[in-house]
Design a protein around this ligand. Structure first.
Ligand SMILES: Nc1nc2c(ncn2[C@@H]2O[C@H](COP(=O)(O)OP(=O)(O)OP(=O)(O)O)[C@@H](O)[C@H]2O)c(=O)[nH]1
Ligand SMILES: [Mg+2]
Length: 683
């Protein structure tokens, strides 16, 4: 039976890597009776980390769905991975919900991943609830974390819960909204509220004041009465808070210990109250004029059920056996059995109602990012999920010869599931490149390739796509002449090479006067030159930034042909190129690196040793963003170094900026390696 949209809450559970999101989802499921034991990461028994690879690495690798009932509301939780390599799923999850639950570690405070996802949630204007987790750990500090939250995320964040005690002496939490407390259930179900301990009354009152300040600021009539000194009653404040949270004007900060199930009772209340229902907020993706529409935000390649598409119903309700049109593929998709998912378990449903999240197997061609409507209305623009671009690439080759085709097809299937994993062939180097968001991201792809499709592959750093160019004008003649019996060959041309500013582009200028080469043969010269330019003599790289003037030549009435002039053109180019002071060019990348302040020195020093150039630094609340550029050749394997320099707390993106001349001493090595390869290839 479909749930009323007003009684649904869709929540993406997001945050930095390893802060306890999956553990918290587990606790929420346990607290509400959706599961009857509290699974753990260590034992591999949580509902939402169910994949073998997740167990092996003890981390989430893709988003996983769960749902529970609390106060007659259905809460859909999307447990998203925190690792930046798998952020595609977190980003897709944020796109289809009304609210985000940001989990933070009470030891680490705001981390790179927290800020990145916060920025995305702000763009999407989502209601947000924060949960400071791991307060039982050594050096955990709720108040320090709260300060970093206010400084780095938003000053509209305000504490609604406070810890009782700290670290291993943490015994419960205080709820300053309802002015009550909860005792730590130590992994059992959390009980009903108890009175606030006397010694915490003052602190609770102080934080209640702060909460009131934040709430009345969002409500003018309350503000007037508050300033007048009138007592505001609890229900009124609760209503105003609820409104402010649903509108994203206040972000409540809760706290607890996921692995002990402390804080879940009050957190569930906050989610029900603070996250707007689909009925209230309206669909996250607007589709005009369709009675039924749904948006696919995730695709799972299930070894048994085949491909499963997970969707959010935007409008109307989807029934089993309904037929919807895929807006992108223009095909009709017939829905078979509908499912709701609890981790890896599916239960069949006859209908998924408006605002709810469901799944369906075996659609023909539907993939992540697709819209399905009850009418095919031609040109509906697809909503952008906003996936990040891959930042690193590896060359990938099958271990067994002959597995190339199988590797490519299997990788394409994996990429359907994870659109941030990309396979392409580099035209220039001829290599198959697998690109992803981090080294681990690519490696997990490789593991899956082996386990699911039985394809064993190897990864290598990709070849750098060098280019070549010239720095001087040079002139040469190319003469191709063959006159031994029968019909001969004759082509002859004189060309001048000129460097083009910026080492980019190619121009062919016909300066022939008086028909010394007939018009019909001149394009052949151009063609021959362009072919020769595909592989320069320095490192076999394509040549660019050359203007060619065709200035002179001769022909033979019988023996001249297009072929002969093509060869002549190519010969002329090769000779002129040698004299034109050729130079090797390399791709320069623009890099943006975000690291903790205390790692800035090490990271800058390292960049320097990679021939990097620093452009600027922007410190912000404990983290610094370093902007720089560096040659691609030097940062092919940057992610490992960054991880070791920052203890995994760094983050970086890069993209291609331009080509630049390679310094002589570096170029020497590249050219030597090329010559060696060429010699070996000849043998
Ligand atoms: N002491 C303590 N440990 C916790 C708490 N919450 C989670 N952990 C542990 O922290 C580790 C990471 O927990 P996860 O639940 O996997 O964290 P996550 O945020 O889902 O991690 P990713 O999905 O990989 O980003 C596990 O070893 C948990 O047992 C907590 O409140 N206290
Ligand atoms: Mg997780």
């Amino acid at each position: 039976m479909a749930h009323e949209p007003g009684k649904i809450r869709n929540v993406a559970v997001v945050g930095h890597r390893g802060v306890g999101k999956t553990s918290l989802v587990e606790a929420l499921l346990f607290q509400t009776g959706a599961v009857n034991r509290l699974g753990t990461i260590e034992a591999g028994t949580t509902v939402t980390d169910w994949d073998d690879d997740e167990h092996k690495r003890q981390m989430s690798l893709s988003s996983s769905l769960a749902h529970l009932e609390w106060h007659e509301r259905k809460i859909n939780l999307i447990d998203a991975p925190g690792d930046p390599g798998f952020q595609g799923d977190a980003i897709a999850a944020l796109r289809v919900v009304e609210g985000a639950l940001f989990v933070l570690s009470g030891v680490m405070g705001v981390e790179v991943g927290t800020s990145r996802l916060w920025a995305r949630a702000s763009e999407l204007d989502l209601a947000r609830v924060l949960f400071v987790n791991m307060l039982d750990r050594e050096r955990a500090d709720f108040f320090r974390t709260l300060t970093s939250i206010k400084e780095q995320l938003s000053d509209k964040c305000v504490a609604v819960h406070l810890p009782i005690g700290s670290e291993h002496e943490l015994t419960g939490i205080v709820d300053v909204l309802h002015m009550c407390a909860y005792e730590s259930p130590d992994g059992e179900k959390e009980g009903d509220p108890v009175p606030i301990p006397d010694e915490l009354r003052d602190q609770a009152n102080e934080y209640r004041e702060k909460l009131l300040d934040a709430v009345v600021e969002t409500d003018e009539s309350l503000m007037e009465r508050y300033l007048d000194g009138q007592e505001l009653d609890a229900a009124e404040v609760a209503t105003a808070l609820k409104t402010a949270v649903t509108r994203g004007e206040v972000f409540p900060v809760a706290c607890g210990v996921a692995t002990k199930n402390l804080g879940t009772h009050a957190l569930l209340d906050l989610l029900v109250e603070g996250v707007p229902s689909p009925a209230k907020k309206g669909p996250p993706v607007q589709v005009e004029g369709a009675a039924t529409s749904c948006f696919v935000f995730k695709t799972i390649a299930d070894p048994f059920a085949g491909r499963i598409n997970v969707f959010r119903v935007l409008s109307g309700s989807v029934k089993g056996d309904s037929t919807l049109a895929n807006v992108r593929a223009h095909g009709k998709e017939r829905f078979g059995a509908l499912m709701v998912m609890q981790g890896k378990e599916h239960t069949n449903e006859t209908e998924i109602g408006e605002g709810d999240i469901g799944a369906v197997a075996k659609l023909k061609e539907t993939q992540t990012g697709d819209l399905l409507l009850d009418t095919d209305r031609g040109s509906v623009e697809l909503p952008r999920l906003g996936f990040p671009e891959p930042v690193m690439s590896f060359a990938i080759t099958p271990k067994a010869k002959g597995d190339e085709e199988k590797m490519a097809t299997s990788l394409r299937r994996l990429a359907e599931e994870d659109p941030t994993l990309m396979l392409r062939r580099d035209e220039q180097t001829g290599e198959q490149l697998l690109s992803g968001l981090s080294q681990m991201h690519v490696e997990v792809g490789v593991d899956r390739l082996k386990r699911r499709f039985g394809v064993d592959v190897e990864l290598h750093p990709p070849r750098v796509p060098y280019q070549e160019s010239i720095r001087k004008e040079a002139r040469a003649q190319g003469k191709y002449k063959k006159q031994t019996g029968g019909r001969g060959q004759y082509g002859d041309c004189h060309i001048v090479l000129e460097p083009i500013e910026g080492h980019t582009g190619y121009e062919f200028v016909d300066k022939i006067v008086g028909g010394v080469i007939p018009q019909s043969f001149r394009p052949a010269v151009d063609k021959g030159i362009q072919e020769a330019m595909l592989s320069g003599d320095l490192a076999g790289a394509p040549v660019s930034g050359v203007r060619v003037l065709l200035v002179d030549g001769s022909y033979h009435n019988v023996d001249s042909s297009e072929m002969a002039f093509k060869i002549a053109g190519s010969m002329a180019f090769k000779q002129a190129y040698e004299k034109a002071d050729p130079v090797l060019l390399e791709p320069i990348m623009e890099v943006e690196i975000t690291v903790p302040d205390d790692a800035v020195g090490a990271v800058n020093g390292d960049l320097n040793s990679r021939r990097g150039r620093l452009h600027g630094m922007e410190p912000k609340g404990g983290m610094t963003t370093i902007k720089a550029e560096a040659p691609m050749a030097e940062i092919l394997t940057y992610s490992q170094s960054l991880t070791s320099m920052t203890g995994g707390r760094g983050d970086y993106h890069m993209h291609f900026l331009r080509y630049e001349e390679v310094p002589t001493h570096v170029a020497q090595k590249v050219m030597e390696a090329f010559r060696k390869d060429r010699e070996e290839a000849k043998v």
